[in-house]
Design a protein around this ligand. Sequence first.
Ligand SMILES: Nc1ncnc2c1ncn2[C@@H]1O[C@H](COP(=O)(O)OP(=O)(O)OP(=O)(O)O)[C@@H](O)[C@H]1O
Ligand SMILES: [Mg+2]
Length: 615
Amino acid sequence: MVHVLRRLLSVGEASDVVAAAPPVSPREVFRRFWPYTRGGRRWFAPIVLFSLIGPALDATEIWLFKIVVDDVLVPRDVGPLLWIAPTYMGLILGSGILGFADDVTSTWVSERFLLTLRSDVFRHVQGLSLGFFERRRLGDVLSRVTGDVDTVETFLLSGVADALYYVIRLGVFLGLLFYLQWDLTLLALVIVPLFWRAARHFSRLIKEASRERRRRSGSISAIAEESLGNVALVQAYNRQKWEERRFERENVGRFRATMASTRIRAVYGSVVEVIEVSGVLAVMSLGTWKLAQGQLTLGGLLVFLALIGNLYSPVRGLSHLGTTFYAASAAAERIIELLDQRPQVVEAAGARRIGRARGDLEFDGVSFRYPGTPSWALSDVSFHVAAGETLALVGASGAGKSTVAKLQLRFYDPDRGAVRLDGTDLRDLSLSDLRESVAVVLQETLVFHGTVRDNIAYGRPEATEADIVAAARAADAHEFIELLPEGYDTMVGQRGRTLSGGQRQRLAIARAMIRDAPVLLLDEPTTGLDARSGRRIMDPLRRLMAGRTTVVISHNLLTVRDATRIVVLDQGRIVECGAHDDLLERGGTYARLHRLNALTGAAPAGPSAPKTVLP
Ligand SMILES: Nc1ncnc2c1ncn2[C@@H]1O[C@H](COP(=O)(O)OP(=O)(O)OP(=O)(O)O)[C@@H](O)[C@H]1O
Ligand SMILES: [Mg+2]
């Protein structure tokens, strides 16, 4: 029997697509989320008032019923109905108006709460360092920002409002019952401890099931986001079935958890009913005896039984609320875990504002390791780029080139050494000033869902139409944009899928162009372009680089030749450094790379040279 019951109430086996958040006590949940109620607190008093008036009206209604039985039905006298009928009507109208006011205010308060909390969670997550997003599954984060936030509301507001409502009802009806028949009331109360015991036991089970359910929801979003986001890869490699199975596994997990929680609730509902009916039966037996003894009128007994129903309903409500509370706290834990994430990169207290930087950039003995990895991505890297100069970073894949770019943007802080802009350590610099000073064209071109115009203006939202066209012209993008169906108003799909690689790249160059920042960071600006397109963006790139400090990362030695200095990285270390001709003469790594480049046909001026990828 116990075994069957346990099976019935178990949640199912765990999986680990998304880990469960650490448990948090209800008190802590309150402490954390209370501040978000600030906008709605002035409505708390009216809501309490409504919950006071409500039961009073209900009690009056029941009282009228007693009068109808004892003064109208039993003596068969219509007279009192003359005042009872209009009073009853008035009560019903009053309840209606009260219900309306109560609904509107409490919804307002809880929706305000959600508004503040959701914006705040979003702001917080957006402020987290790149490292967080490189480790976490985006889909799970999304499900926390959307789904879990909603559930927290039931914990804090609806939950508390309901609790208050129940407690007040309990008080009112208990008082009335004691006033009517104290001995019957005491008998009715005997079962209350049983209610609590059942509630405690079942809420624990509910909490477990809810936790599992929230976690599975996160996994479902994570998998959906990953497979739908990479749909081209999935289809090209025929992995649809596999992805479906992965998705289904989590879906089934959520299904099981939901079913478990439904079973738990249903069993709980029946248990509660049994307890309740036994209470009512006990009261009824004693009541009938008192009726027979003439200590009680029929109306009195009926009213008492009706009131008992009203007494049990808040008790039941309160114990049910326990289970809702626990379900909501499972969601709260996931939000709290998110809110507890601290950005690894934070602006120093007295961060220096520099306004527009000159663009003097320096890496001084920089060593860096990605959090949680054993090997150094960069070790003891030093170089200096004076304002207006161009530095090229070359090296094999995985040598640490993009890592240099991330440190330069202060997406991470170095473990040793320092990165400086205009002689100031980036850690002492205002983050927004730093990022204001740098324009980037990254290895993966980032394009937003929106019009071509929006995408260019993203670099400087206040840019005028003329600025946008000028930037597009300089980036050699104007022509192709004009040919798009709606020109600058053409929508580019999410991640710019409706554009070609080269077009996306030129859009990114236009965006960097319009930003007009003193420092320019180009990570593989010719990625994904064939030789002709690669050469085609050389001119716009040169225009972009003119007069700015530029760090260009490239496999393509074409882009590198113009650089004032070339730094060759190998496994996070600088192995060579110098101008193009010097390095060729030295006959080291760079010369070898260059020779390879020439061999594969990507000699600097070769008209149909394919894009070269170094080993
Ligand atoms: N977020 C990360 N977490 C942990 N390790 C990372 C992370 N990003 C990069 N690495 C590791 O750091 C090393 C340097 O990576 P980086 O991206 O800087 O290489 P790269 O020179 O830009 O290569 P490519 O030319 O292929 O773009 C690699 O070994 C890589 O595996
Ligand atoms: Mg890279």
